[in-house]
Design a protein around this ligand. Structure first.
Ligand code: SF4
Length: 64
């Protein structure tokens, strides 16, 4: 799985960080979420799917 966040859309509310903290991270001063693990294993898939559903601006995409 490859995880991509569209920085134009992300509003850094952090819902994805709550859903999948091992994949997404948000620093105090970040305007856009950081993908700390852009290629998480299959075991993280359900968390990534949850992050996709929770993102209010549909900024998260997966490939594969
Ligand atoms: S949930 Fe969406 S808008 Fe919020 S930080 Fe994550 S990618 Fe950005």
């Amino acid at each position: 799985v490859k995880v991509i966040v569209n920085p134009e859309l992300c509003e850094a509310h952090g819902e994805c960080v709550v859903a999948a903290p091992e994949v997404f991270d948000l620093g105090e001063d970040d305007d856009v979420v950081q993908v700390i693990d852009p290629a998480p294993g299959e075991q993280a898939r359900s968390k990534v799917d949850l992050a996709i559903r929770l993102c209010p601006v549909l900024a998260i995409q997966v490939e594969g």
